[in-house]
Design a protein around this ligand. Sequence first.
Ligand SMILES: Nc1ncnc2c1ncn2[C@@H]1O[C@H](COP(=O)(O)OP(=O)(O)O)[C@@H](O)[C@H]1O
Ligand SMILES: Nc1ccn([C@@H]2O[C@H](COP(=O)(O)OP(=O)(O)O)[C@@H](O)[C@H]2O)c(=O)n1
Ligand SMILES: [Mg+2]
Length: 236
Amino acid sequence: MWRRVASVSHLFSHSKSTKFNQGASTFKIWETFTSESEIPTPSKGSPFITFVLGGPGSGKGTQCAKIVEAFGFTHVSAGDLLRREIASGSAYGSVILSTIREGKIVPSQVTVELIQKEMESNDNYKFLIDGFPRSEENRKAFEQTIGAEPDVVLFFDCPEQEMVKRVLNRNQGRVDDNIDTIKKRLEIFDELNWPVINYYSQRGKLHKINAVGTVDEIFEKVRPIFAPLSTNFYMK
Ligand SMILES: Nc1ncnc2c1ncn2[C@@H]1O[C@H](COP(=O)(O)OP(=O)(O)O)[C@@H](O)[C@H]1O
Ligand SMILES: Nc1ccn([C@@H]2O[C@H](COP(=O)(O)OP(=O)(O)O)[C@@H](O)[C@H]2O)c(=O)n1
Ligand SMILES: [Mg+2]
C-alpha cells in the first residue's frame, strides 16, 4: 500500500493561495498563451517554485542544468527521484520500476513525498521541479500536501518526431528509452499533461518555449524569464 504523507505547509510561511485566486482573474484564452507571464516578486521566507513541463526528450533536464548554473536553483527531477528510489531497494521499487517501464504515471502520493523530502532537506529556496506535475492528479496532490503553488511554469514545446529522436539517442541506459515505451509515454503525455498546461496557461503562469534549436539557443529564450531574479536582493 502507498502510505499517506504528512503536510509540510508549516514550511511555507507565506501561503500562496491568495495569489493563486488573484491569478485566476487574469484569465487568458488557451490559444493566446505565450511567454508573457510575469515573474512574481519573491518574498523572503517562502520557496520560489518553478515547475518544468514538456514531453519525454523535450530537453527539460538539459535546460534545468543551465538554469541551476545561471540562477542558483536546486534541481529536483521527479524522474531521478523515482529512479533513485528503485536503486535504493525501497519497498516501492519494483512497482515504480514496472510503472516507468510501461510509461505510466507513478501514484502521486509517492512522487510528492519524494519531492517534499528533497525540498525539506535543502537549504535553498529556489526550486526547479522537473517532470512534475505530469497530470492533474499530480498537480492537486502537490497543492494539497506541500500547500504551495508554483511561481513560474516552463513548458518546453517540442515536436514528437524530435522527442523520439532525442530519447532514442539519450544513451543513459534507462529502461524507458526504447521505442515501445516512448510511444506509450507520448500517449500518456497527450492525455494527462495538456490539462495541466492549460490550467497554468489560464492562470498566467505558463511560459511556453519552442524547444527546437541548439541547447544554447533554447537557453537564451529561458534566460529572460529568470533575469528579474538576478536583480532581486532576496534571490541572490
Ligand atoms: N536542444 C537540443 N537539441 C538536441 N538534443 C538535445 C537538446 N536538448 C537536449 N538534448 C538531448 O536530448 C536528450 C533528452 O534531453 P533531456 O534533457 O534528458 O530531456 P527530458 O528531460 O525532457 O527528457 C539528451 O540526450 C540531451 O542531451
Ligand atoms: N511526475 C512524474 C515524473 C516521472 N514519472 C515516471 O518517471 C518516468 C521518467 O520521467 P522523467 O521525467 O525522468 O522522463 P523525461 O521526460 O525526463 O524523459 C515517467 O515516464 C514516469 O513513468 C512519474 O510517474 N511521475
Ligand atoms: Mg528528464
